[in-house]
Write a protein that binds this ligand. Structure first.
Ligand code: BGC
Length: 756
């Protein structure tokens, strides 16, 4: 396709029309140029193709499809190859349904456990989120179907999501909220990016040139299409100028006219419009030119894959006295409606019309396993149902073990609104405590999209976190509980003891249209671990039915330059009797003598499969980014010189071995010296010593007099301490009179020259 030629023969009206959707799911065709329309669809964990009445609440019927585990679950797999596989399967489904682009993955950071949409997001950690999203994108796009990484950016709550303005500083945005997108965009090149609803520091994401063009395109080299979230456009012409290509779902031509007018009155350059049109044409052509016809997808195979993905993702949080795996010969009471009708997905635009659901009880039946069952609670009601509880207690009393299937009902978490608290329904908490009165062997199996408080955590023997595990969750539960499969998921987020412990607690969801990300980069474990705070379950935690031993942590060099790559390796041995998988996590602990930094951050991870008795060496390459922070003064990543600890462990709180390395910083970091620069910021630089001497002499002159009058111990050391936090202008107001502002300016210039 000769894009330039086509664009030159399109009318202004045709060009503008291509910049918004025809309806909820289609782009517009341009008949004169034989440009077809293409269809997009939600996403992200299955296909929600709505052939007829469209809406984004998932109210109207979409085609029968397969609901894979949601991102809260798949993130727990810590498994890139799994996300690739899932992406490929969804890619084939899209091919067969003629969907050009699936609206996902969703990578927004889990800032608070209360965000109603956390179930659709991966993690509180940007590295984990971006790596898994990148694999998913590669999987889908290997089938010549596009993805739309969303919601770009800082969309971390549902409350007032269309109007709220996020107040976050440059470093926080770079290290946390942008980083979740950056890796996936740079390495996996999604065909489209979906901008978010919210405002960032006052400006709508849909018209924010800094993010949509300066960072996304100019810095990260992104070449694809940027589309709006559904209804996120505020000012269409401004949005287009800022880098927003496609408005979805379209506004009946109203906003297209705004574009036309802006070009006609000269406020929008037609060249900018042409670039946007070219990007949209390339996207359509990319899909259309290699479109696969007559692709059939195998629903049953994908249903099976959904179960395998969940098996890889479920997290065993607690296993006291080896209560799990369960013994098939024991009498087991299964309690809780979620064992028969599991909650396996969240509400809103990602809601899949599952063609089939396998519950735990279905799976048990399929295996010919007859199990005692009691409802225990009604998920549609919050009130405590004493009759249901009595029946459940009775069943538990007669059994060797009680397994309670619990979690959050649909209404508790969904797109569109946030949770009110971190609690499970009272009806379920009371049920568990009543069962504990008659049965010491209790296992809780959770179905929820985000952390919950667990008042019964100390009293139950086993806890499985299934998250929202997709339509075949029941099979995964059966295989894991009875030890046919070995648990191998790890938490992609911290479970705090209580909501108040969360770093965003005082600033979530903000007031009216403003939310302050006051905790800065201290999100999730970056905060809990820096504060050494007790948590319910730490980031990266997850048990196995086997045991792993770490040994031989090695680093390629003990002393490196900031531009070098460090290779880290560690041996992991399965010392148990069952094959299993371990997630090896590498954290970097930076020096703490400069700007405030989290005590450590995840910088690499790998899931390894080990037979009983097997040892594998796992290695990782850490480049400068693993050691850097975003420096607000130089507006760039910066590696501070000093000692860093390399930590290898199986959770953020279970570090097995550490190795110290030293980094020499070669990057020029040139601060601007002003009258308000403190002496202390310059004293450590030997290049400045001579130039600073006369200033120091002048300042210390008066200080000495004052101090001797006050008969304070007259030591040089003490003067130098005082001097540290004195700005250079101190020599004018408090010196010996030998410097005025003009003279000081000359010295400042000399100092600046020495460091430049
Ligand atoms: C959601 C998007 C979704 C879109 C289309 C919006 O409300 O935020 O994630 O892709 O609707 O359904």
């Amino acid at each position: 396709m000769d894009y330039k030629k086509i664009i030159s023969s399109m009318t202004l009206e045709e060009k503008a029309s291509l910049c918004s959707g025809r309806d909820f799911w289609h782009t517009k065709a341009v008949k004169s140029q034989k440009i077809p329309e293409i269809m997009v669809s939600d996403g992200p964990h299955g296909l929600r193709k709505q052939p007829k009445s469209p809406d984004h609440l998932g109210t109207y019927e979409s085609i029968k499809a397969v609901c894979f585990p949601a991102a809260c679950a798949t993130a727990s797999s810590f498994d890139r190859s799994l996300l690739l596989k899932m992406g490929k399967a969804i890619g084939v489904e899209c091919q067969s349904e003629n969907i050009a682009t699936i609206l996902g993955p969703a990578v927004n950071i889990k800032r608070s456990p209360l965000c109603g949409r956390n179930f659709e997001y991966f993690s509180e950690d940007p590295l984990l989120a971006t790596e898994l999203a990148g694999s998913f994108i590669k999987g889908v796009q290997s089938k010549n179907v596009g993805t739309s990484i969303k919601h770009f950016t800082a969309n971390n709550q549902e409350t007032r999501r269309l109007t709220v303005s996020v107040k976050a500083d440059e470093r926080t945005m770079r290290e946390i909220y942008l980083a979740a997108f950056e890796g996936a965009i740079r390495n996996a090149a999604p065909w489209t990016v979906m901008c978010s609803y919210n405002r960032i520091n006052g400006l709508h994401a849909s018209e924010n040139k800094k993010y949509l063009t300066d960072i996304l395109r100019d810095e990260w080299g992104y070449e694809g299409v940027v589309m709006s979230d559904w209804g996120a456009v505020n000012d269409r012409a401004k949005g287009l100028a800022a880098g927003l290509d496609l408005e979805m779902p379209g506004s009946y031509g109203i906003n297209d006219r705004e574009i036309i007018e802006a070009v006609q009155n000269g406020t929008l350059s037609e060249k900018v419009l042409d670039k946007t049109v070219e990007r949209i044409l390339r996207w359509i052509d990319k899909y259309e030119s290699k479109k696969q016809k007559d692709v059939k997808w195998d629903k049953d195979a994908d249903h099976e894959l959904a179960g395998k993905i969940e098996e890889e993702s479920a997290v065993l949080l607690k296993n006291e006295d080896g209560i799990l795996p369960l013994d098939k010969n024991d009498t087991i009471a299964v309690i809780g409606k979620f064992a028969k009708a599991p909650r396996f997905q969240g509400g809103g635009s990602s809601h899949i019309n599952s063609y089939k659901v396998t519950s735990f009880m279905d799976a048990a039946k399929g295996k010919g396993h007859d199990i005692i069952y009691a409802d225990g609670y009604d998920p549609s009601k919050e009130e405590i149902d004493r009759t249901l509880i009595a029946k459940a207690v009775n069943a538990a009393k007669k059994s060797d073990v009680a397994v309670v299937f619990a979690g959050l009902p649909d209404i508790f978490e969904s797109e569109g609104y946030d949770r009110q608290n971190m609690q499970m329904p009272e009806s379920q908490n009371v049920l568990i405590s009543e069962i504990l009165k008659v049965q010491p062997n209790v296992v809780v199996v959770l179905h929820n999209g985000s952390p919950v408080e667990m008042p019964w955590e100390k009293d139950v023997k086993g806890i499985f976190e299934m998250y929202l595990g997709g339509q075949n969750v029941g099979l995964a539960e059966y295989e894991l509980l009875f030890g046919k499969a070995n648990p191998r998921g790890r938490l992609p987020e911290t479970f705090p003891k209580k909501l108040e412990d969360n770093p965003s607690y005082l600033n979530f969801p903000g007031h009216m249209d403003s939310v302050d990300y006051a905790e800065g980069v201290f999100v999730g474990y970056r905060y809990y671990d820096s504060k050494n705070m007790e948590v319910l379950f730490p980031f990266g935690h997850g048990l196995s039915y086997t045991t792993f031993k770490y040994s031989n942590l090695k680093v390629s060099k003990r002393k490196i330059k900031d531009s070098d790559t460090l290779t880290v390796s560690v041996d992991v041995t399965n010392i148990g009797r069952m094959a299993g998988k371990e997630v090896v996590q590498i954290y970097v602990a930076p020096p703490q003598d400069g700007i405030p930094r989290p005590v450590h951050e995840l910088k690499a991870f790998e899931k390894v499969s080990l037979r009983a008795g097997e040892t594998k060496t796992v290695s990782f390459d850490l480049n400068s980014r693993a050691f850097a922070y975003w420096d607000k003064e130089i507006h760039d990543w910066y590696v501070a010189a000093g000692d860093y600890m390399i930590e290898a462990g199986s959770s953020s709180r279970d570090i097995k071995y550490t190795k110290k390395i030293n980094i020499e910083s070669t990057m020029k970091r040139i601060p601007t010296i002003t009258e308000n620069t403190c002496f202390g910021d310059l004293l450590g630089d030997p290049r400045l010593a001579d130039t600073l001497k006369p200033l120091i002499k002048s300042y210390l002159h008066i200080e000495k007099e004052e101090k001797s009058k006050a008969s304070v111990a007259d030591t040089e050391k003490m003067y130098m301490e005082w001097l540290r936090y004195t700005p250079l202008r101190g020599v004018v107001n408090m010196g010996d009179g030998s410097f005025d502002h003009e003279k000081l300016a000359k010295v400042i210039q000399a100092l600046q020259n020495k460091i430049s």
